[in-house]
Design a protein around this ligand. Structure first.
Ligand SMILES: Nc1nc2c(ncn2[C@@H]2O[C@H](COP(=O)(O)OP(=O)(O)OP(=O)(O)O)[C@@H](O)[C@H]2O)c(=O)[nH]1
Length: 327
């Protein structure tokens, strides 16, 4: 069959990957703020376990649209939804697409399907930015394989928490990353925001071939199954709760909880809601304020391998409110 070529206008896409808590949403916020300052409208797709809604609630101010893909694995049970979402955003007049993958996702099948479905998505250039936490890089036991998979297709990478490690450790991480990703660009959130703005302001035209290959032959890494070992437990906490009790509850969560996020209403502050977090065993003492919109109920999401939802619920009920319930 003879296929026809056509010249079409493309819009840039930035896919953000990185391990649980590495700093993906923080980077996304930096990009959205910079884009908004230049009046650039961004569509955002979030694939963040069942809690995509919690993060999407914290980003709505700055994005033109936010779609939440709740599936734990964007490249398996979520791929069809992801394709639908990207196809939908391809119809929008907004200038750039930013996609944040969840902290255990393997980006390879997604990068590949973005390429295979280029005609449909009209996304170009397609950058893949991986955020690497300098404190924990290659220190995650058997999850190191998953962390490496999240890197391998990166066109750019950012080292987060570089200020929290010694200069020797930082150099070690930089050297390892240079050897794993010789062709990728080491950047910072500020530099990436500047480049993303320039990218969005330059309209790109591409010659596309009319043939649209099927996305069925997606590759997966031999360690892809690791991304399925994580489970998410969601707990609804509708009552107003106390700041100090939340910090104590976060401290009391078992070690298997590798990531916790809770969007909560406080007893002594009715003006805003707050996003509390635990990243590994680290608990930031100051929560992130979020405007009240009432679209997402107050809830917590706990992520880790082999979680026991009933035990986590009991712990939440005893520390925060007996009314807490599993979603
Ligand atoms: N000190 C420091 N803190 C950071 C940095 N990047 C992110 N953080 C903090 O680390 C915590 C986790 O950051 P997020 O951006 O939510 O991480 P994430 O990768 O989106 O997390 P998941 O979506 O759960 O995988 C937040 O409290 C951030 O404020 C950094 O470079 N330095």
């Amino acid at each position: 069959m003879i296929s026809l070529a056509r010249v079409v206008e493309m819009r840039p896409s930035i896919l953000i990957s990185g391990f649980l808590g590495a700093g993906k949403t923080t980077l996304l916020r930096t990009l959205l703020l910079a884009l908004r300052e230049s009046d650039i409208k961004a569509d955002v797709i979030l694939n963040d376990f069942a809690n995509a809604e919690i993060d999407s609630e914290t980003l709505r101010e700055d994005a033109a649209s936010v779609e939440a893909l709740g599936a734990s694995c964007a490249c398996c049970e979520g791929m069809e939804f992801l394709v639908d979402m990207v196809t939908k955003t391809a119809q929008s007049d907004n200038t750039i697409l930013l996609t944040e993958l969840n902290g255990t996702a393997d980006p390879l099948p997604i990068v590949e399907s973005f390429t295979l479905l280029e005609n449909k998505f009209k996304l170009y250039p397609r950058w893949h930015v991986c955020v690497i936490d300098a404190r924990h890089f290659e220190q995650r036991a058997y999850h190191n394989f998953l962390e490496k998979d999240q890197l391998e297709t990166a066109s750019h990478y950012i080292i987060s928490h570089s200020e929290d490690v010694s200069p020797e450790r930082l150099r070690e991480v930089q050297d390892r990353l240079k050897s794993i990703l010789p062709a990728a660009t080491l950047t910072t959130p500020a530099k990436l925001a500047k480049s993303a703005t320039e990218l969005a302001l330059t309209k790109k035209k591409c010659v596309l071939n009319e043939q649209n290959p099927s996305p069925t032959k997606l590759k997966k890494s031999p360690y892809h199954h690791l991304s399925h070992q994580f489970t998410a437990c969601q707990i609804q906490i509708l009552e107003r709760v106390e700041h100090n009790d939340i910090l104590k509850w976060l401290e009391a969560l078992p070690e298997q909880v590798m990531r916790a996020k809770a969007l909560l209403d406080l007893k002594d502050d009715t003006e805003k809601r707050y996003l509390y977090e635990r990243i590994g065993s680290h608990i930031p003492k100051t929560p992130y304020p979020v405007p009240i919109r009432g679209t997402v109920p107050s809830s917590a999401i706990l992520i880790g391998p082999d979680l026991d939802p009933e035990a986590l619920l009991e712990l939440t009920q005893s520390h925060l409110t007996p009314d807490a319930s599993l979603i």
